[in-house]
Ligand binder design. Sequence first.
Ligand SMILES: C[S@@+](CC[C@H](N)C(=O)[O-])C[C@H]1O[C@@H](n2cnc3c(N)ncnc32)[C@H](O)[C@@H]1O
Ligand code: SF4
Length: 455
Amino acid sequence: MMILTPTMTGIASPEPLQNAFKVKSAPHAGRSGSRPVNLTTALWHQWWQQPSKSDQRALYIHIPFCRKRCSFCNFFENGTNPERISRYVSRLCEQLRIAADTPFAQSQPFDTVYVGGGTPTDMQADEIAMLGAAISKFPLIKNAEVSLEGRLNGFDDDKWHSALDNGFNRFSFGVQSFDTHVRQAAGRFDDKDTLLSRLNELSQHPSASIVIDLIFGLPGQTLDIWQQDLQAVIDSGVHGVDLYQLIGLGGTRIDRASEKGKILGTDESEFQADSQTRAQMYAYGANLLESNQWQRLSSCHWRRDNRERSLYNSLAKSGIEILPFGAGAGGSIHGHGVMNARSLTDWHQAHSQPTDVIDGATPTKVPGMALSPNPSAELDAIFKRGLDGGTLQFSQLEASLLQQLQPLFHAWQTNGLAQLNNHALTLTLAGRFWNVNMQTGLFEFLAENKSVNDK
Ligand SMILES: C[S@@+](CC[C@H](N)C(=O)[O-])C[C@H]1O[C@@H](n2cnc3c(N)ncnc32)[C@H](O)[C@@H]1O
Ligand code: SF4
């Protein structure tokens, strides 16, 4: 018998945007038929000698330092300290140069590079230059997207020019909220005017793409403040924006306060939007941006200008090969998931061990975890890309699978989350808000109804 539950379908409601599901289930959906593999030094070495089979690829480079622990975030790994960063970046660049020279790296070009964190903009100008130079040793496609993530505070002109002169062409800054009081409560540094004037300045650049992240649902952030946040996005001159719903991440200050029944609000307000209000916040943002001719590239990302492509994020969702570098970086090599451990001490230690290898240099194998290739990777990528992008084209699916999914798709339609025609499933605004729940629900549906699929 077929299993179809409300966690898969959502529930019927006159207001699906607010009520189709109770809360966003997780930051991302995922399923994996992968299991841990024992990545021996010999296998690691072999990987770097073999050509890649992936025709699109990326580099992900992790810079795990922050100056302050923000109230909402659990990406904080190590405090910013100039000597510590300098030692890390030198080692990282050495590894990148070794890796770039390998047959594996040279075998196919790279479309996009993402230097993420933590706070990569906490690197000094000369370190940003060194990293850019090391990245340029990889075979990059013409017009490759090379992103630097971070924050505006401390990102001075020296760093900006050093980044531009060394190949970076996209800058992703976490703003979270422009409201000075909400920012203070969240542990952010600058006030609204400082942010706006710096963003205006940087966005004047003739080709670099400036994008910012905003979060809705922060303590003290009323609907009114959110509306002002969105107006500020438009006034700032930036080329793209991500609107993220606050996810309750374990271990954050917000999370610890909420366990005690408290809200870390501002002096003005202890308000924190519930899931229904967040749905309204999302809808307000989507409508305002789209009525100002911003183009939606995914359920949470919009662009004002074609220079913004968001290549890394869209290709990462397509499951392309991503070579990870640095403590805490994750990616995939020859179809295997690879996750480097977060400990900086262990990461440094690995580089001081003598290597027992062999012909041809290989970057150091650092502590971490490797997973066997996900047998359904291609199909998962079709679902993720389709649901996140807002349209799932049926021509990409086998007829029997499409047939099997019909009850779920019809339930989504009945519940106001999607519209169906013969060729595609298109998400409504409510569906776009709940798309991670829908992806999770779809994977659950396939797992629960496996036998139907297998017959
Ligand atoms: C890894 S952080 C790096 C940002 C950068 N260090 C900064 O200070 O803005 C990337 C983005 O994740 C998002 N993020 C962090 N914690 C989040 C949470 N609990 N819920 C939703 N988004 C979150 C923020 O919007 C942030 O800009
Ligand atoms: S938002 Fe940025 S600076 Fe703040 S803790 Fe997260 S990664 Fe660090």
